[in-house]
Design a binder for this molecule. Structure first.
Ligand SMILES: Nc1nc2c(ncn2[C@@H]2O[C@H](COP(=O)(O)OP(=O)(O)OP(=O)(O)O)[C@@H](O)[C@H]2O)c(=O)[nH]1
Length: 593
C-alpha cells in the first residue's frame, strides 16, 4: 500500500510540475529515465507486496519497467533480478511476452556494454512474439528491434524498422513511443551523415516529448540535436541547446550527462571562435570529471582540451594533456589484455587491435606535439643566444658549442619526425596481415569519391568474406586461423596490386577498391580472386582441403550508388546474396535489381 502511495504522490507531483496530461503509464516510463533508482525501489516494493497474487501481465509490466531503469543506470543487481523473474514467469506460464521482454532487456544490456551479440539477442526476442495479433505488442517489438539496430550503429538495418514503429505508434496514438522512435530515426540519419534529416526527426521528437511535459527527454534529445546543429554550422543554436541541457542535468544531478554537455559547449565556443571561453569551459569539465572520479570520460575530455590548447597556441598544455591521455589509455589496454587471456575470441582480438591503434595514434600526436614544443623552445633559445651575440657577450668557444647543440637538435628533430611518420603509417595498417585497415580503407574510398564523382570508367568495390571460417579455427586453432588469414591476404594483395587496393575491414572480411577499373574487368577480376583462393593449398596443420571466399561486387555508377554509404550497402547486399546462394561465388549488386 505504501508503495502505491509513494508512486501516486510522485505522479501527482510530477503532473503538477509538468502542467500537462502525461498518462500514468508515460509518467512511469519517464521515471525510467528521470528517476531510475527511485523507480527500481518502488517496483521492488510493489512486486513484494503482490507476491504470488499478481496477474502475469501486471508482473511483466512492473519487471519491464524495473529492467529498463536498471539498464539505464547500469544497476546489474536490479537487472539480474528482473531477468530471473521474467524468465521464470515465461517458463511457468508459457508467457511469450515475458520471454521477449527478458530478451530485449538482455539485448540492451549487451549493446550498452559494447558486445556485438546484442542484435541477435533482439532478433531472438522479437521471434518470441512474432505470432502476436495485439497491435501494441507488434509495435513494441518493432520499436525494440529498431532501437537495437540504431544503438548498434547499424543505421541501414534500423531505418525501415524505425519507420514502421513510428507508423504503428502514430496509429495507436502513443505519443511517447512515437517520440522515442523518432529520436532513434534521428540517430540513424546522423549515422548516415544526413544531418538535415536528423535535425527534422530530432525536432519532431522534442515537440512530442514537450507536448507530454517530459522536460528531461526534451533536453536529452536536445543534446543530439545540438550535435547536428554544430555539424551544419549552426553553432549558436547548438550552444543555446547545450546550455539548456546542462542546466537540466545539473538540476537533476546527472553528472556524466552534464560533463558531456559541458564538453559540447566548449566545442560550440571553439567553433564560434571564442577560444578563451572554450578552454575555460573544457577545463571546468576536466576538473569536475576528476573530482567525481569519472575516469571513463576523462581521456575524451583531456583529448579535447589538448586539441583546443594546441589551436590556441599553448603547446605545453596540449602536450601535458596528450601525455595523460596516453597514460589513461595504457591503463585501459592493460585491463583488456587481461580479459584477452581469459578468452581468445576474435572479437577481443579486434577490440584489442583497435585500442592499440588508438593508442598509437595518440602517441603519434604526442610526438608531433613534443616536436612543436621542442621547436618553439629551440627557437626561443636560439633567439636569446643571438641577442647575446649581438651585444658581444659570446665567446668563440660558446659559439662552437651552440652550433654543435643546434646540429644535435636538428638530428633529434629529424629522428622524431621519422618516428612520427612511421607511427602514422602503422595506424593505418592491419597488424596481422600487413594490409590497410578499415580506417585506411574509408579514407581512401572517401578521397576517391571526392576526387572523381563521375568516372569515365566505373569504380569497382568488392566485399570479400571467408566461407565457414569458424571451421578453420575450430579444427586447427586460432593461431592457424591467423596464418590462413595472412596467407590469403598475401595472395589477394599480389593479385590486385596493379589495379587496386585491399584492406581488412573486419575479422575475416576484406574490401578491394579498384578505381576506374570498369564493370567487365571488375567482375572478371572478382572471379579470378575467388578461383585463386579456392586453389590455394592450406598449411599442413589445417585439416581442411581448401578455403573459399564469397564476393559481393558493387559498381560506383552515380545512379543507384551516389555516395560511399550506398555503395558499401550495395556491395554488402551482394555479398549477403552470395552467401545465401551457397557461398564460394561472386554476385554483382546490379544482378539484384
Ligand atoms: N583466427 C582468426 N579468426 C577470426 C579472426 N577474426 C574473426 N575470426 C573468426 O571468424 C569466424 C567468423 O564466423 P562467422 O561470422 O560465423 O562466419 P563463418 O564461419 O566464416 O561463416 P559464413 O561467413 O557464414 O560463411 C569466427 O569464428 C571468428 O572467431 C581473426 O583475426 N583470426
Amino acid at each position: 500500500m505504501r508503495g502505491m502511495l509513494i508512486i501516486g504522490l510522485y505522479l501527482l507531483a510530477m503532473l503538477a510540475h509538468a502542467g500537462v496530461a502525461m498518462s500514468a503509464r508515460d509518467a512511469l516510463r519517464y521515471r525510467t529515465e528521470a528517476d531510475p533508482h527511485g523507480l527500481i525501489a518502488d517496483m521492488r516494493q510493489q512486486l513484494d507486496k503482490l507476491g504470488g497474487s499478481a496477474a502475469p501481465a501486471q508482473e511483466r509490466d512492473l519487471l519491464w519497467l524495473m529492467g529498463t531503469a536498471a539498464v539505464n543506470v547500469n544497476d546489474d543487481t536490479a537487472l539480474t533480478e528482473a531477468l530471473l523473474r521474467l524468465d521464470s514467469l515465461a517458463a511457468a506460464r508459457h508467457y511469450d511476452l515475458a520471454a521477449a521482454s527478458a530478451g530485449f532487456l538482455r539485448s540492451r544490456h549487451l549493446i550498452a556494454s559494447g558486445n556485438g551479440d546484442g542484435i541477435s539477442e533482439a532478433l531472438r526476442a522479437a521471434a518470441k512474439v512474432q505470432d502476436a495479433t495485439d497491435p501494441k505488442i507488434i509495435a513494441w517489438a518493432k520499436y525494440n528491434l529498431c532501437d537495437a539496430y540504431a544503438m548498434s550503429e547499424r543505421a541501414s538495418g534500423a531505418m525501415p524498422l524505425c519507420e514502421q514503429a513510428q507508423d504503428a505508434y502514430r496509429a495507436l496514438g502513443d505519443t511517447w513511443s512515437l517520440a522515442e522512435a523518432e529520436n532513434d530515426q534521428g540517430v540513424n540519419f546522423a549515422g548516415l551523415n544526413q544531418p538535415e534529416k536528423a535535425i527534422e526527426l530530432y525536432q519532431r521528437s522534442r515537440q512530442h516529448f514537450a507536448s507530454l511535459g517530459a522536460e528531461q527527454m526534451v533536453a536529452m534529445v536536445g543534446d543530439n540535436l545540438a550535435q547536428m546543429y554544430l555539424k551544419v554550422g549552426r553553432a549558436k543554436e547548438a550552444l543555446l541547446l547545450s546550455q539548456a541541457s546542462l542546466a537540466q542535468e545539473q538540476a537533476t544531478g546527472r553528472i556524466s550527462d552534464a560533463l558531456v554537455s559541458r564538453a559540447n559547449i566548449a566545442l560550440d565556443y571553439a567553433t564560434l571562435g571564442q577560444s578563451a571561453r572554450a578552454l575555460s569551459t573544457i577545463s571546468a569539465a576536466v576538473d569536475d570529471a576528476r573530482a567525481a572520479k569519472m575516469d571513463g570520460l576523462l581521456p575524451e575530455l583531456l583529448e579535447r582540451r589538448s586539441r583546443m590548447s594546441e589551436q590556441a597556441g599553448q603547446p605545453r598544455q596540449a602536450l601535458d594533456d596528450a601525455r595523460e591521455v596516453i597514460r589513461l589509455l595504457g591503463e585501459r589496454n592493460a585491463t583488456t589484455l587481461h580479459s584477452d587471456e581469459v578468452s581468445l575470441e576474435a572479437r577481443y582480438a579486434t577490440r584489442e587491435n583497435e585500442l592499440r591503434i588508438q593508442t598509437l595514434e595518440h602517441q603519434n600526436r604526442l610526438q608531433e606535439l613534443a616536436l612543436k614544443t621542442a621547436q618553439a623552445e629551440a627557437a626561443e633559445h636560439v633567439e636569446s643566444q643571438q641577442r647575446q651575440a649581438l651585444v658581444g657577450m659570446l665567446t668563440k668557444g660558446v659559439s662552437v658549442a651552440l652550433i654543435l647543440i643546434a646540429g644535435l637538435l636538428y638530428l633529434l628533430l629529424r629522428a622524431q619526425r621519422r618516428y612520427a611518420a612511421e607511427l602514422r603509417v602503422q595506424a593505418l595498417r592491419d597488424p596481422l596481415t600487413g594490409v590497410d585497415n578499415r580506417r585506411a580503407f574509408m579514407q581512401r574510398a572517401t578521397a576517391l569519391l571526392g576526387d572523381d564523382h563521375a568516372p569515365r570508367l566505373t569504380h569497382v568495390l568488392m566485399l570479400i568474406d571467408f566461407d565457414h571460417f569458424k571451421r578453420v579455427n575450430d579444427s586447427a586453432g586460432h593461431p592457424q586461423g591467423d596464418r590462413v588469414l595472412s596467407m590469403v591476404a598475401d595472395y589477394l594483395s599480389c593479385a590486385i596490386v596493379d589495379v587496386g587496393h585491399i584492406a581488412r575491414i573486419g575479422g575475416e572480411e576484406f574490401a578491394v577498391l579498384c578505381p576506374r577499373l570498369g564493370a567487365d574487368a571488375g567482375l572478371r577480376l572478382a572471379e579470378t580472386l575467388r578461383a585463386g583462393v579456392a586453389a590455394l593449398s592450406l598449411p599442413a596443420a589445417v585439416p581442411l582441403d581448401h578455403i573459399t571466399i564469397s564476393i559481393g561486387v558493387a559498381l560506383f555508377d552515380g545512379d543507384r550508388c551516389h555516395d560511399l554509404g550506398s555503395w558499401m550497402r550495395a556491395a554488402d547486399a551482394a555479398l549477403y546474396s552470395a552467401k545465401s546462394f551457397g557461398r564460394n561465388r561472386v554476385v554483382a549488386s546490379s544482378l539484384l535489381h
